[in-house]
Design a protein around this ligand. Sequence first.
Ligand code: ZN
Length: 656
Amino acid sequence: MVENKWVSTAADGDLLDQRVATSRLLGSDPSLVLHGGGNTSVKIDEPDITGRMKKRIYIKGSGWDLSSIERQGFTGLDLERVLELSTLDALDDLSMARELSSMRVDPSSPAPSVESILHALIPFTFVDHTHADAVVTLTNTVHGIDYVKEVFGEDVIVLPYVMPGFDLASLAARTFPELVSPKTIGLVLMNHGIFTFGSTAKESYDRMIELVARAEQAIPQLPENLPEEKVNTGDSSAQRVDLAKIRHTVSSYANKPMILTSSLNSHEVAFARDPHVSQLSQHGPATPDHVIWTKRVPLVGRDVEKFTEEYKSYFENGSEQSRNPVTMLDPAPRVVLDPELGMLTAETTIDRAIAVGDIYRHTIDIIRKAELLGGYSSLSAEDIFNVEYWDLEQAKVRRAQNAKAFAGRVVLITGAAGGIGFATAQHFLSEGAAVIGLDIEPTVSEAFTGESWLGIVCDLTDSDAVDHALDVAVKKYGGIDIVVLNAGVFPSTKMLVDLSTEEWRTVMSVNLDSSVALLGKVHPLLQLAVGGGQVVIIGSKNVSAPGPGAVAYSSSKAALTQVARVLALEWATDNIRVNIIHPDAVFDTGIWTPELLKKRAEHYGLTVDQYKRRNLLGVEITSADVAQLVVAIAGPAFSKTTGAQVSIDGGNDRVI
Ligand code: ZN
């Protein structure tokens, strides 16, 4: 239930401070606005630079989210000039955007909301606009208009759906004067959302909460707890492959790597399993803005190709009547409802995929409730098309495009809690990848923040633990494209005669056996990798230039190198590249304490600095240097290289 979160401090400061405060209150409630939806404004009289008083409207700027908006997120516009636009007979979208931008008080402020003209027309200081679930539930029903009139009476003006932007503002300008009464506290836009207004920030906010609460009371509640739905049926490794297949197909139709994330909430699973889901889910979004995230309808089942065919005909029908020439967006689904796998959402980054899931989760709730009110009905495909292919919405999409080199790719790194593994994770994350880090160290789970990082504490020698980690990882990201085998132990220096069988076995088990076992488990996923699978193995200089006292370590890395060479042969036809990096003298890792470094340097009669640079180029090699090479090998420059061994050791005459 919507809750009035007003706090007296929200009245502190000037009008813009108050505007920021209640905008954030609205933004903090996902039942009112989601992921950048909704907008707010305030009208302020203030002097310009010459001291002349000006009427201005400060409206939410594009790219800001109400939940975290700040003063600079509001764009000031000359109010009188904005109002003049509403008197035009017609105004195309790009001209409107250009005109509004030219009215900015500060040219460096963000592009003003496409609803600027409507906000300007509403004769109140504060104006709030949301796509409240309860309001769109009422309006997206077969008899929506009757419900709206019954619930809100004369307190609100009701406008039929028209395209947001100039068309809506123009309709409001024509009809407002006759519809508005002293009782009016809000405006309901059918199939879109609600506006409230007031002379203070509190008044406008209170009215929003009051009207939404009234709508909620008119809507039957869904049963609190649906029966527990189990997503996990059958073999978990087969299910990983199923998810990777869907991600692979969606990515190929999207023509870019996509993350596919699973939602395991029982409501979504139940919806995906509803015998009527094919009918219930195909009406359209709850508010037109959502089309940018979810596309018009979800895919039910796994036939991605059929979905894209239907999308193409939706595009063809829509573009025929479009006002502007339009280019088709990728036809791949963003929401997949699968009876077995539940709700899956796809996007170029995990954050965006989660946002799609949040929006569709609310949509499911809205559809369920609207069904109890006589049936869910959304806008026509043509209306939705016009928003999806609206120039101004397309600009939002273009701004959100993630151009990072590894966006949408999924990397698994073993031994990721420190040293080379940590540095490699950091580098891949900065290039836009989603990264799964496995390590026996508990610090791995918190090694990085954000949804692109999934740190899992895992003993690589425990087969069940590895399976579980892969299950969790594939449910979160939909597959694995790149595997970096970095985990390894380097026991204290010992000659073979002093080495126990247990010590030998431990090194072989961690450095070699567990890596081989992991490669076996990830092979089916790498076959389905987006852009071809890859394995990068962290070897060692010791493979080609061993020294005394590390027989177990050197042998394990030599065997792993041979494994990689054989896999390069065996997996080439699966489009999986396998390459090896041989670092040396990387001292910024957990193994090398300052004391140990000092001891080794003294052993050679060198200072620590000389010891670190004991190579042909006289350079120090860091974990970050190795990470950079790993990322480069995984990148386009090496896309035609497999089975290669690349040294990163500053030059070593024994290796050369
Ligand atoms: Zn809106």
